[in-house]
Design a protein. Structure first.
Length: 89
């Protein structure tokens, strides 16, 4: 098809955009480190953790198994590409 981007070029562009998106996400999430946020627990996580959401819908990984549907207060200790890591306070 005329004007269509070749496959290898499209994949290269996709990889570049993904790297940019992850870099921007890390920068944004780094700005949350040290903040104290209320987190609504939403689901069990991996290896004894619990996932939750802030009021701005940021995902937070909590370091222990917590009841689902409860509010917890957490201090953000790490900002990653896809989520924040919090410690309960």
């Amino acid at each position: 098809m005329a004007g269509q981007v070749v496959g290898w070029r499209a994949k290269e562009r996709s990889r570049r955009l993904s790297r940019l998106r992850f870099r921007i996400a890390r920068e944004i999430h780094a700005g949350y480190v040290g903040r104290t946020l209320d987190v609504l627990t939403t689901e069990p996580g991996k290896a004894g953790t619990t996932l939750g959401r802030t009021d701005s819908y940021k995902q937070v990984v909590l370091p222990s198994e917590e009841p689902i549907g409860d509010w917890r207060t957490a201090r953000i200790v790490e900002g990653r590409e896809a989520d924040l890591v919090g410690e309960l306070i």
